[in-house]
Design a protein around this ligand. Sequence first.
Ligand code: GLN
Length: 523
Amino acid sequence: ALGRTCFRLYSTFSRDYRAAIHEANPGINAFVSVSDKIPSKDGPLQGTAIAVKDNICTSSMKTTCSSAMLENFTSPFDATVVKLLQQAGADIIGKTNCDEFGMGSMNTHSVHGPVINPFRPKEKRSAGGSSGGSAAAVAAGMCDAALATDTGGSIRLPASYCGISGLKPSYGLISRWGVVSYADSLDCVGVMAKTVPEVKRVFDVLNVHDAQDPTSVPTQTRLDARRIVEEDLDSGSWSGKGSLDGLTIGVPQEYFPSELSSFITHSVRKLLVSLQHLGARVVPVSLPSTSYALSAYYVLASAEASSNLARYDGIQYGLRVPPPPGADTTKTSKVYANTRSKGFGEEVKKRVLLGTYALTADAFDNYFLQALQVRQLVREDFDRVFRYPNLLGRLHQDLDVVEPHAQTQVENENTTLHGVGQGRVDVLIHPSAIRTAPPLTFGLDKEVKGSSLDSYVQDVLTVPASLAGLPALSVPVISSPPENVKHQTREENEEKGGWPIGASIVGQWGCDELVLRVGRAVE
Ligand code: GLN
């Protein structure tokens, strides 16, 4: 009874998010559905309003994936993550806009139209993608937290552009059952909120094994990862609290490419200096395969997407566009072709074609296998620098599911189960993105910068952690302009308005707790 009274009091005084959505959403376009069901269940997330990306299934609201293909689709069931939130008493307040099936970096590829970055809506900048709706909903104060998915940066990039915190957890920790697949070997569900403790509160509810998701990591492996970090913290290195004495932060040199805005370089450097003052040791490290990661990511993600999206054929789900009158209706392929031509947007079609090509017999060795090899090199780069063993690599090895061509060096000094390895750093810190939120017209303006390739380049700093399945948290950083900048570029002029900047904290697989603790110290 006391719980219920407290809840009623809480509801009375807590923000009326439905009114906030009513007021702010028309100018931001973050929500595509709003729920009118207010739960009254007790639990750790009672009274917490959580928005859910529209590629996560909900039985009470549509799940469109921002695609014409699923514009009228309502799932018969709730995703495991939605059920867990409901059981914890959360208020699932609505569904959020995103790039179609999660493909994009600007949330401009959406049947619902683009999301406007709420930082200064008048400037019409991107909220980032693909989870732009979730990020904008949090940033504009339309919910307490949001669920999103991150395949190659879709949580961290929008979090960075909108000035909030966003966690892509270790691959396999949060259930993907009921989450619409883009690229299964990379897809992760994660959490966005204004502060790191709020992210953690939601993450803790979701961080459990789910027997319905075959890639969900067993409880024992989660406990092993936790124990290794905790024993290490207890044995005299960083206590995880207060001062940062004993914490070693690696700064990957390859994450400061020439495209990086000088505002961002400067702001992240200042952050690192302040962490040093708090007692952290900051060391440069090298992750030499970084420059190949982006191309490998786009080959692998598109290949998996081309397979996953084959289910939208006009027969089983969503849109069905029959052949025109008089056509030979015995040919079902006509239904397939008509449905796909109408139902998929240009970006999705591009990825399906690219992915299908990469998997053809002629291209397989040169593209798909090469990309798998690069993926393994990226993993090995990370394993060399972290002091903790990679338990996911170990688990895959035990289950014998590592790709045959990629199994070059799974057993190295870092993969022992007991104790920490030879690597030097606890976590890595680097800029989350190479620039601040771009204008919505970015990449379309061929005169200025060439082509839509520019929007792919936005992912260059986020895809390595995705390829390796590592936990990565983007937190807002104070923006500080470089001193004595003489010849400012157009991008640098745009940064001058103090647009949000994000820094990413990346940890070894399973070190999500450590990443969140460092995130707390950084924010
Ligand atoms: N921008 C990347 C892509 O288009 C990442 C998207 C994501 O993480 N879902 O694939």
